[in-house]
Design a protein around this ligand. Structure first.
Ligand SMILES: [Zn+2]
Ligand SMILES: [Zn+2]
Length: 363
């Protein structure tokens, strides 16, 4: 049932009517473009036809701004025509492994090309959670992984990747004259505005205003907290460029904060979970308490296609793009339920799909 990738691709191509889905050509100097590098959600292998893990890029005037680094993201960046050293910044929505597993590739590869390009890539993402979530009802074993720092943030993550590769890095700088890769990137924990969150275990994404994370001559990036089960901090991002705006939901349940962030955006890239798949993995009904808890846990952390359409309608966005598809091999018609609740163009995400950002210049 969930192995219909060819159908999905065919339908995705059909949904592109009205868009310039360009091949992998280099962008024109004034272009601002969304590229989906990978559209599968979850740390799961969906079979040989699986899309790559979740990752997207906004390309503006020859620079790449990357959102999340799921499985295969590094290779997909190169296939999309992004050259080593042109990655301006990375924005991690949250630290679930399906969003960061390709970070090591991006940090370690192409050191000589990065030196020639005088690269300086900034990596932004959540800081430390600060407090562990409580044990679920009925659980007894209080297992803590890496008790010295059990809720590592983005800076911790980048430092530990470099530390874990020290044997290789120190050999290469000595024997081959390969540059010290640490000069090519810098990690930053995004500070959540003071006073917004009282307790991440009870309300990890309370109502708030979007806040600025990045600004340069090409793009302004702002963030807001969105709810994703027990994950905290967990961000959605908005990119405003002279050519148009695009919002990435990250992983989220239906979120008033996300609707606020996405208000009037040209493109909304939103995650989706297929409720038929939840039924499939939870098992035959009637559900016992454990099964009900599992279904609730999946559905409360994500958004169904029909709900995604409602979100897009309420936010008043121009075009809706579905990405972070869970599962990665569901039939296209399941995702396109979003068309029942959103009247604008709905694009079913696929790897290496490109969309120009159109729209009115933003102040
Ligand atoms: Zn995810
Ligand atoms: Zn997640």
């Amino acid at each position: 049932m969930f192995n219909a990738h060819k159908t999905l691709i065919a339908a995705a191509t059909l949904t592109l009517a009205g868009f310039c889905a360009t091949p992998l050509a280099a962008e024109s100097p004034a272009a601002a473009e969304l590229v989906l590098l990978g559209v599968a959600g979850g740390p799961t292998w969906y079979g040989d036809a699986s899309p790559h893990g979740i990752s997207s890029a906004v390309l503006v005037n020859g620079r790449a701004y990357i959102v999340d680094l799921g499985s295969g993201a590094y290779r997909q960046l190169r296939r999309a025509g992004v050259k080593p050293g042109t990655e301006q910044a990375v924005f991690l929505t949250h630290l679930h492994t399906d969003h960061i597993i390709d970070l090591a590739n991006l940090l370690m590869y192409d050191p000589s090309a990065r030196r020639r390009a005088k690269a300086s890539m900034q990596i932004y993402g959540p800081g430390r959670r600060g407090v562990l979530p409580p044990l679920a009802p009925g659980m007894k074993d209080d297992v803590v992984v890496h008790a010295e720092n059990p809720s590592a943030g983005t800076r911790d993550l980048v430092e530990s990747v470099v530390a874990g590769m020290s044997a290789d890095l120190n050999i290469r700088v000595r024997s081959e004259g390969v540059p010290d890769i640490r000069q090519f990137f810098k990690a930053h924990d995004i500070a959540v505005p003071a006073g917004v969150v009282k307790d991440p275990n009870t309300d990890p994404a309370p109502p708030m205003e979007p806040f600025p994370v990045w600004q340069d001559e090409r793009v302004k990036v702002s963030a807001i907290l969105v709810p994703h089960g027990l994950v905290y901090p967990n961000f959605a991002y908005r990119f405003d460029t002279a050519a148009g705006s695009v919002v990435f939901s990250g992983d989220t349940a239906v979120s008033e904060n996300l609707i606020k962030l996405a208000r009037g955006a040209d493109v909304l890239v939103h995650e989706a979970i297929d409720p038929a798949w939840v039924d499939h993995i939870v098992g035959a009904k009637p559900w016992d308490a454990r099964q009900q808890a599992l279904a609730h846990q999946l559905l409360e952390a994500h958004t169904t296609p029909q709900e995604v359409g409602e979100v897009a309608t309420r936010a008043g966005v121009g075009t809706l793009v579905l990405s972070h598809l869970v599962p990665g091999d569901a039939p296209a018609e399941h995702w396109l339920q979003a068309r029942r609740t959103f009247q604008g163009p709905v694009v079913l995400g696929q790897d290496l799909l490109r969309l120009p950002l159109r729209g009115q210049p933003k102040p």
